[in-house]
Design a protein around this ligand. Structure first.
Ligand code: ATP
Length: 356
């Protein structure tokens, strides 16, 4: 297996820039997710790593070797497309064996490798069935079988679970991650689904308009978002953003919203002349009667284990609180809101950048 390094990668299609100066390293054996909304350049980045697209500038290293302009077939990387790219007229065995046959491997060795891949994926009992008779989950496993049988240096996966319903997606997420842990293979996984990325990745690269906006483990990306974009894209319900009246001076640890004085983390930068936003995740907003930050309950959404309360502050900001399902809150109620200083992220309102 191998480390993948992407160095100042740039891709333009005529006058449109799809990938802008992206740099990241995927460590040997790591599960790395490229995450972002549709059109942000994830697939283009993955295709350049695979060798299916040439970079306009920048470099790609696979195990320290510069492969930027090497053909896809010379890169020893398996690209797993949407899982249904199988040959429906062939049985499972022949589908999995396909890459090995193309390589000219001997029959006995192919049989051994196919059995071993099928065992890893627990589809040994399906080897002689035509693919057309399989459930979508089993087809998915066959597609994975075809990727792992080659024992490539790395796996690249582009939204492999995109076509599945939610429940099955969750199951396949767990299976994919378990498979990754068994094989220890370096994996780059593209998704626009933050839940998938959070559940599976060791490291997430959040992309926005062609650029990598933040790079880090799921917990770091969730708890210390580098920008309003990342904070908003990750987490459901999304983070609340409260503009505040008075700007914050360096070293201050509280902000004012209307009559309320709210604790925030101390920042090192001097931002006293700029409009700022305080970001608070819904699960960190508490309903507290004694707080001076007043709000009206606009609605509630009962989720079983919790309730999401939609609120409007007296200053006109809207926000959501995810509270214990037993919390009494009804439309029209007037409540106080509180949150811990540690749970607040501060952002520059104009640039969206997080303040540290
Ligand atoms: P999605 O999840 O929708 O595929 P993505 O983040 O993977 O989104 P890309 O497929 O990498 O995004 O596309 C990034 C941008 O580059 C898009 O605006 C897309 O239209 C454009 N693009 C991709 N391939 C080409 C191409 N061959 N020619 C012109 N524009 C392209």
């Amino acid at each position: 297996m191998a480390e993948i390094r992407v160095h100042h990668l740039h891709k333009a299609f005529a006058d449109f820039t799809a990938v802008k100066d992206s740099s990241f390293a995927v460590r040997d054996g790591e599960f790395f997710c490229l995450l972002g909304p549709s059109g942000c350049g994830k697939t283009t980045t993955l295709r350049m790593i695979a060798g299916l697209e040439l970079p306009t500038s920048g470099q790609i290293f696979l195990a320290d070797e510069d492969v930027s302009f090497r053909r896809a077939s010379e890169r020893d990387i398996a690209f797993v497309f949407q899982m249904f790219a199988l040959y429906p007229h062939m049985n499972v065995r022949r589908n999995i064996a396909f890459p090995l046959v193309s390589q000219g491997m001997g029959r006995a060795e192919i049989a051994r490798q196919v059995e071993s891949a099928a065992q890893t994926l627990r589809i040994g009992h399906l080897l002689d069935k035509p693919v057309s008779q399989l459930s979508s989950g089993d087809r998915q496993r066959v597609a994975l079988g075809r990727a792992i049988v080659r024992q490539p240096k790395a796996f690249l996966m582009d939204e492999p679970l995109g076509a599945l319903d939610a429940e099955f997606r969750e199951l396949m997420c767990r299976e994919l991650r378990a498979l990754h842990d068994r094989l220890g293979a370096t994996t780059v996984y593209v998704t626009h689904d933050q839940m998938e990325a959070m559940a599976m990745a060791d490291v997430i690269a959040v992309m926005n308009e062609g650029a990598v906006e933040q790079l880090g483990p799921p917990r770091e990306v969730y708890e210390c978002p580098a920008s309003v974009f990342v904070a908003d894209f990750i987490g459901a319900p999304a983070m609340n953003f409260l503009p505040f009246e008075a700007a914050l001076a360096r070293g201050e640890e509280a902000i004012r919203i209307g009559p309320a004085r709210l604790g925030v983390p101390q920042i090192r930068e001097d931002v006293s002349t700029r409009p700022l936003l305080a970001g608070v995740r819904p699960e960190n907003v508490r309903l507290a009667d004694d707080s001076d930050l007043r709000a009206e309950v606009l609605g509630t959404e009962y989720l079983g284990s919790s309730t999401v309360v939609t609120l409007a502050t007296a200053q006109g900001a809207s926000l959501r609180a995810k509270v214990d399902a037993a919390t009494p809150a009804r439309r029209g109620d007037h409540v106080g809101l509180a949150f811990d200083a540690r749970a607040v992220s501060l952002f520059d309102a104009a640039s969206g950048r997080a303040l540290r």
